[in-house]
Write a protein that binds this ligand. Structure first.
Ligand code: G3H
Length: 216
């Protein structure tokens, strides 16, 4: 795999709540140097000045997903108005695990309606879900109008992406949606495993270290 083949599918990510404006400026500079697909940041850092070849993604309802649907839709509208290209939203995990799939789908649809001109990625926090719940979450995302399903926030104590979850998510959405693996991807071997499992996008805070392994 060449550097640009990998860098072009990475969302270079900094979502630490204590990140400063200077930290985000450094993230953008690193993304430009590494030629990652995007930077992924918290919405309080928008609007963001980036080079033409770096897209901007911002998270919504992050990291718990427990915000009301109205709050998520309002946040999504503000993110889109601030010029972001992509939104990574967290689903209502309690509703999903309680079997209220309609609520999960309807919330995704509300966010979709609030931000029509952005790529919408739906974070399902796969490490806390059973396989049937992962399948239900992916179906709700597709029915709600998402463009991608995404494994993890990277903040849940249960863990981040697994190849098993990525395989199941890819099997469920087929080629109709993208699959983003994120959370705990630290090495080139991790990145390759996620891609082989079916990921079409990776979310990584360790992008520089991962790409440095390729460049050795
Ligand atoms: O959405 C992406 C994740 O927050 C990145 O997680 P990470 O710091 O484990 O790479």
């Amino acid at each position: 795999m060449r550097h640009d083949e990998l860098s072009s599918i990475i969302d270079h990510t900094l979502l630490a709540p204590e990140a400063t404006t200077a930290d985000i400026t450094a993230l953008v500079a690193e993304a430009a140097r590494l030629r990652t697909y995007s930077v992924c940041v918290s919405p309080s850092h928008l609007p963001l000045s980036v080079p033409d070849h770096v897209k901007v993604a911002a998270v919504c309802g992050f990291p718990s997903g427990t915000h009301t649907a109205t709050v998520k839709a309002t946040e999504a509208r503000a993110i889109a108005a601030a010029g972001a290209d992509e939104i990574d939203m967290v689903i209502n995990l309690g509703a999903l695990r309680g079997g209220d799939i309609d609520a999960v789908r309807d919330e995704i649809a509300l966010v979709r309606q609030a931000a029509t001109n952005v790529v919408l990625k739906v974070i399902i926090e796969s490490a806390v879900l059973s396989d049937p719940e992962i399948v239900s979450a992916c179906r709700a995302a597709e029915d709600g109008g998402a463009d991608f399903v995404k494994t993890s926030t990277g903040f849940h104590p249960a863990g981040g992406a697994s190849t098993h979850a990525v395989e199941l998510m890819r099997k469920t959405v087929g080629d109709r949606l993208g699959v983003k693996a994120s959370g705990g991807i630290r090495t080139l071997a991790d990145a390759r495993a996620m891609i082989e499992a079916g990921a079409s996008r990776l979310g990584c805070s360790a992008s520089a270290q991962i790409l440095a392994e390729l460049d050795c």
